[in-house]
Write a protein that binds this ligand. Structure first.
Ligand code: HEM
Length: 229
């Protein structure tokens, strides 16, 4: 069984650091627990990879999103120009933007495959009902974060897709018109809309998704994997 003391035994600098941290934060116990936790996996297949792939792609989105935010300027006069600047002038800007866009599409696909795997394996059954519900919320938020990102380039495709999307949000009775007005920040798509979508896209939704992924993984850690396919 691996213990943190054995792992750092051959490296005096690392051993010193671990002991120094352990004196202050008591870290050895929790690390040893994680190192020796037995994960019982009755039958794992390649289809079990989709949850982890989705998690990795979410990380890619956060990283490339932060880099894009260094240059992106929300606003009806600036959004399109700043995207052009990222594509044409910023060093490797085209690559970072393309990775962000491709990985967003892939993420939607892998989350769907992941959900299909969970469904066909019956992994939503007790005791994993809560994690299924957290998963459904994650799916909806993943779609919403993709939708809010779609408007940001402020090109023709983005503009008209957002017209359609916000209109759909406005169709349910009672709350619908208020939701549409809230999303648009008025009657029309304007700079106010871009700012709202941007705030949702790069602050609110990533924070919510990050928290829910944390809860999702904690439950998986506690319950262990189900039988799989
Ligand atoms: C951003 C979205 C998501 C991420 C990052 C994510 C991540 C993961 C990871 C890493 C696992 C463990 C490995 C695996 O079984 O694949 C897992 C398991 C699970 N996920 Fe997700 N997931 C997401 C969305 C969803 C959705 C949409 C659902 C269903 C509606 C869902 C329901 C579950 C359940 C029930 C398990 C336990 C499966 C088992 O024990 O066999 N997840 N998830």
């Amino acid at each position: 069984m691996p213990y943190i003391d054995d792992l750092v035994a051959g490296n005096p600098a690392l051993r010193g650091l671990v002991n120094w941290l352990d004196d202050r934060l008591d870290i050895k116990g929790p690390i040893d627990y994680q190192l020796n936790k037995n994960v019982y996996a009755p039958s794992i297949s390649w289809t079990n990879c989709f949850g982890g792939i989705s998690f990795t792609l979410f990380g890619v989105q956060v990283l490339t999103g932060i880099l894009l935010a260094f240059y992106y300027q929300p606003g009806s006069n600036t959004s399109f120009e700043s995207i052009k600047y990222i594509m044409d002038t910023v060093h490797m800007g085209w690559l970072i933007r393309s990775i962000h866009a491709w990985s967003a599409n892939l993420l939607i696909g892998t989350v769907f495959f992941h959900m299909a795997r969970v469904y066909f394996a019956g992994a939503y059954k007790p005791p994993r009902e809560f994690n299924w519900i957290v998963g459904i919320i994650l799916l909806v938020l993943t779609i919403v974060i993709a939708f809010t990102g779609y408007l940001l380039p402020w090109n023709q495709l983005a503009y008209w897709a957002s017209q359609v999307g916000t209109h759909i949000a406005g169709t349910p009775p009672l709350a619908g018109p208020y939701v549409e007005y809230f999303l648009k920040g008025g009657e029309d798509l304007t700079t106010a809309t871009i700012n709202r979508f941007y705030a949702l896209h790069m602050l609110v939704l990533p924070a919510l998704i990050g928290l829910l992924i944390g809860a999702h993984l904690l439950m998986i850690r506690r319950q262990g994997p189900s039988g799989g396919l």
